[in-house]
Write a protein that binds this ligand. Sequence first.
Ligand code: SF4
Length: 348
Amino acid sequence: MLQLSLSEDGATRTAPCFYDLQLSTMPAVPEKVLLAAPRGYCAGVDRAVQTVEHALDHYGPPVYVRKEIVHNKHVVEQLRARGAIFVDNADEVPEGETVVFSAHGVAPSVHAKAAERKLKTIDATCPLVTKVHVEAKKFAADGYKIILIGHAGHEEVEGTMGEAPDAMILVETIDDVAALEVPDPERVAFISQTTLSVDETSEIITALRGKFPKIVGPRTDDICYATTNRQAAVKELARECDLVLVIGSKNSSNSNRLVDVTRDLGTDSYLIDNASQVEEAWLEGKKVVGITSGASAPDELVQNLVQLFRDRGTTDVGELEVIQENMRFMLPKEIRAVLSENSLPVAQ
Ligand code: SF4
């Protein structure tokens, strides 16, 4: 709402009315802020980030990292500031240097290219992604056509498809299943990306089982514990809140799914990199604001967002714990070796 006024020089000016001033000077103060638990870092992300940190400590900068080590801008910038150099391809790494492969995994052709260039490699692929690669290799060796449920262009999907490119078909939706044609419907297997929507993937698997009754695959899907738990927690959170803010980067699959799951339940939700991206209009009339974060988002970003609300005057800040997590993965063998050489503890 704007008011027109005439200034001394006779020109027409626009000036905010009292109502506008009130809106711009009185930020919304939610009565309560509720944090989802679990949220944020998973064991695979923690392991991958620690891998680059240890590599920087031991070898000194620069340490090359193929692709973003995890899909989080803040984490990537922090590691870049310490001397990590992020590249798209192993071709960009000078011969003989050290390169870390990201948590999302790589195709065998990437390992081959690195060996050709005599690179020292440290593989920070999450063990739960490696498990899917192992399934893909096994099904391909047994002569199955493999349906991979996932998002085209995602690094994890590219790496998994690379295990058996001739045997793999990617499906993203139920419509893709309807259009599927395979040479032998009795010899079909399925696997999935680890960071999908649990509910959507279950619907796609039901459609696959309906179309190919003899299809084989994992008991449920390959969605990892962290993705499953964060979606379960945000569902509970969505029921308690008027708005759910999800901290995560735009290219983070599991963070995007947290927004989708929340919106599917009818609760407003937005994905933000950090507290500075909160828009005032989102908060208007919201009494309880929920906060969660994707598996690659560090908790300091969540705490900064909580502080934003505390600074406005929200004193009621709580946590909604839905599932307890205590998963840990061992660091890659190259890092364990350097830690033990230096008599440092190898356990995380
Ligand atoms: S989100 Fe899941 S698959 Fe991805 S790194 Fe974390 S634990 Fe591993």
